[in-house]
Design a protein around this ligand. Structure first.
Ligand code: PLP
Length: 500
């Protein structure tokens, strides 16, 4: 009875959500090809500056409860569709930031609405289990259907988690456990180890370390934060570990034009990585693992070549360190491959690959050796959420059915070409366009210019994200078509033309 009532309500909301909006756009290029999915709006539509009056009032109300400094505006998620995010003042923006890169196939996708309205799924939404002790009957089947169907090469195991940080945090723990087990020859831990771990002392709590890179972002929990080096605001006042930090290559773009200089810069960084591994071993804090993003995202969309990553993987292997690829932001298709590290052509797969965001659930894939030897070593109450696996299965169906990775590659090419054109037209404002798939970025001449461009674009109907010191990052959903690229470029062009 209750379930059929819920189903009726969801079906009603589905009908309301599928109502089509009136077309009309002020900014669409006449030359742009128009291919609008049937459930989507066809253009931005702005009624107020953003934030508008309703958003401002809600900001005031929430400000009495929380710090609201990071909030851009309040959203009307019911009215948002596809690539368009609608705010509470009725402004409809082309969303090129997608909830910090975490919306895989746009807002209110009909396929996901169907997952919600399927009565067989209701109990998964209503009853969130403690997965580590009481998983539902269909859990192995659903994992196989969703996550294991896209497991990176060499990996047959997956551990789900809630968010990106807790995925990385537990991936680090897995590397430490694996490293110590190797060191003690897989023998039972000594009484001394068991005793000392209870009071945070060695050898039970060993002085091991994780090597990370300057500019990296791996999350804000305590362990992750020790490997995050993108912005001081994330780290200030928080105690941290004395772990090695290697320089990440500072490359010149476009990469094809600066191959020789970039290769030298990468060689310098790799040399430093090996030096740090040796130094930290001498210091008595051996490096148990290396963690790296395929493209440093929050830190400024910094790229490195496949050759750099392959050599780094070899260094990890040579020194017995785990190799952890953090695909929390790059994973899920935005680079044109499901996993960004597939672009490297590694012979020897990574040891761990963490994910979250577009995957809708957090977690990490790992090699068999990194499976913890005992229960409760990698554990928490929820350890993920089976309802998210249901959504993920459907997202994967849509990606396959609609060839979205090919779509991303096409849209990405159009976007990058457009960014190259804009930077040559406005060289005093923009430079350094770069990207893989639609995972693109461009530098502004200063942080103030970047912020001003982004605000003006928002008021004209394009919502963008920033990264690094002065970069704009483009993080559209996988359903971002060439038509949307043209809308975006036209609006950016208007903003840049008016820029004083
Ligand atoms: C590469 C990377 N790792 C980890 C995280 C942390 O994820 P979460 O914010 O879900 O904790 C992020 C978040 O932006 C990220 O981009």
């Amino acid at each position: 009875m209750a379930s059929s009532l819920l189903t009726r309500q969801l079906a009603l909301s589905l009908q309301q959500n599928l109502r089509l909006a009136a077309p009309g756009s002020r900014y669409v290029s006449k030359t742009a090809t128009k291919t609008v999915s049937e459930f989507e709006y066809d253009a931005p539509s702005m009624k107020t500056t953003v934030p508008g009056p309703k958003s401002k009032e809600l900001l005031r109300q929430l400000g009495e409860i929380q710090n609201t400094g990071a909030i851009h505006f309040f959203c009307n998620y019911e009215e948002s569709r596809g690539n368009y995010l609608v705010d509470v003042d009725g402004n409809r923006m082309l969303d090129v930031y997608t909830q910090i890169s975490s919306i895989p196939i746009g807002y209110n996708h009909p396929a996901l609405m169907k997952v919600m309205t399927n009565p067989n799924n209701v109990s998964a939404f209503v009853n969130r289990p403690a997965l580590g002790i009481l998983p539902p009957e269909n859990f192995p089947e659903k994992l196989a259907e969703s996550l294991l169907s896209i497991a990176p090469s060499g990996m047959t195991k997956v551990q789900t988690m809630a968010c990106g940080s807790c995925s990385n945090e537990n991936a680090f723990k897995s590397m430490f456990i694996w490293y110590r087990n190797k060191e003690r020859g897989y023998a039972t831990p000594s009484e001394e180890e068991v005793g000392t771990c209870m009071v945070n002392q060695s050898p039970g709590c060993p002085d091991l370390s994780i090597l990370s890179f300057m500019g990296a972002f791996h999350g804000r929990t305590l362990g992750c934060l020790a490997t995050t080096h993108s912005k001081a605001i994330h780290k200030l006042d928080i105690p941290s570990f004395d772990w090695p930090i290697a320089p990440f290559p500072k490359l010149r773009y476009p990469l094809e034009e600066f191959e020789r200089e970039n290769a030298q810069e990468e060689a310098r960084c790799l040399e430093e990585v090996e030096d740090l591994i040796v130094k930290w071993r001498q210091k008595g804090k051996p490096v148990a693992g290396i963690v790296i993003e395929p493209i440093q995202a929050e830190g400024g969309d910094n790229h490195a070549s496949p050759d750099f990553f392959i050599k780094l993987r070899n260094i990890a292997r040579k020194h017995g360190c785990g190799f952890h690829v953090d695909e929390v932001q790059t994973g899920g298709g935005a680079t044109g491959k499901f996993w960004a590290h597939e672009h490297w052509g590694l012979d020897d797969p990574a040891d761990l690959v963490s994910f979250s965001k577009k995957m809708l659930t957090g977690g990490y894939f790992h090699r068999d050796e990194l499976q913890p030897d005992k229960p409760y070593r990698i554990f928490n109450t929820w350890m993920g959420d089976p309802s998210k696996n249901l959504f993920l299965s459907e997202v994967l169906n849509v990606i396959r059915r609609e060839n979205l990775l090919e779509q991303v590659t096409r849209s990405g090419k159009a976007l990058l070409q457009g960014l190259y054109a804009l930077q040559s037209q406005y060289p005093h404002l923009l430079s350094g366009a770069r990207g893989q798939g639609t995972f693109c970025a461009i530098n502004a001449s200063s942080d103030a210019t970047r912020d001003s461009i982004m605000l003006k674009a928002r008021n004209k109907g394009v919502f963008l994200g920033s990264c690094g010191e002065k970069s704009i990052r483009f993080r559209p959903a996988l359903v971002f078509k060439e038509y949307h690229v043209h809308q975006l470029l036209n609006i950016l062009n208007d903003v840049l033309a008016e820029h004083k």
